[in-house]
Design a protein around this ligand. Structure first.
Ligand SMILES: N[C@@H](CCC(=O)N[C@@H](CS)C(=O)NCC(=O)O)C(=O)O
Length: 212
């Protein structure tokens, strides 16, 4: 099998989720840089691979794929290495449920609504959207409680073993925890704080840290 190629940028939470999956599986790959925020929009070569102009896109042995949840499942199923999806249907459904929660709520609220508004925009000298920030801060406890409830007493978000759910949520968390309000909000969920410290110990997290 040939070496897969991931198109994107290391700051992207979704690119990082795919890189985490590749690293945890022990798969060598090439990361080809794409600037989706370039003046004039994403390059046409990228739009041919990802019509919505998002990152990442993925290619392997002539097979092209976009949408991170599909990419990480493909990585898990197409390559050797430790399985990142439980075999049992109910635990697997939980993993898929958490990935969906990450896409639907964690990313827009904890990353864009809180991290971008409270940390990233001020760092760039841009004004924050205080209305969006306040709305996101009020939604965040529900999201964190849902993750904590689903995790329960397990070591990892989706049960006793590391799965694609952890790899999907962790890059989003890495931005969220930089926001001042994240710590008090997380404080009530000892299972989530324990999970986060376990994630931070994984070599895959260090190896995929954004450089720029
Ligand atoms: N549904 C897409 C979402 C990917 C996504 O939103 N990526 C962000 C970077 S983390 C992006 O490309 N943003 C560019 C934009 O919004 O124009 C997936 O699962 O791959």
């Amino acid at each position: 099998m040939g070496k897969p190629v991931l198109f994107g940028a290391d700051y992207s939470v979704y690119v990082r989720a795919a890189r985490l999956a590749l690293y945890e599986k022990g798969v060598a790959y090439d990361l080809v840089p794409v600037d989706v925020f370039a003046e004039g929009g994403p390059p046409p070569s990228h739009l041919a691979r990802q019509p919505f102009g998002r990152i990442p896109a993925f290619a392997h042995d002539g097979f092209e794929l976009y949408e991170t949840g599909a990419i990480t499942r493909y990585i898990d199923e197409a390559f050797e290495g430790p399985s990142l999806q439980p075999a049992d249907p109910q635990t697997r459904a939980r993993v898929n449920q958490i990935i969906s929660i990450a896409d639907g709520y964690v990313y827009p609220v904890l990353v864009w609504g809180i991290y971008v508004e409270q940390v990233s925009k001020p760092a760039r000298g841009e004004p924050s959207d205080e209305t969006r920030l306040a709305a996101s801060l009020s939604k965040a406890p529900v999201i964190l409680k849902a993750l904590a409830d689903l995790m329960g007493d397990g070591l990892w978000l989706g049960g006793p073993a590391l799965t694609l759910a952890d790899l999907h949520v962790a890059p989003m968390f890495d931005y969220f925890v930089k926001a001042p309000q994240s710590l008090p909000m997380l404080g009530g969920h000892v299972n989530l704080t324990g999970w986060w410290s376990r994630m931070l110990e994984r070599e895959s997290m260090w190896q995929t840290q954004p450089v720029g």
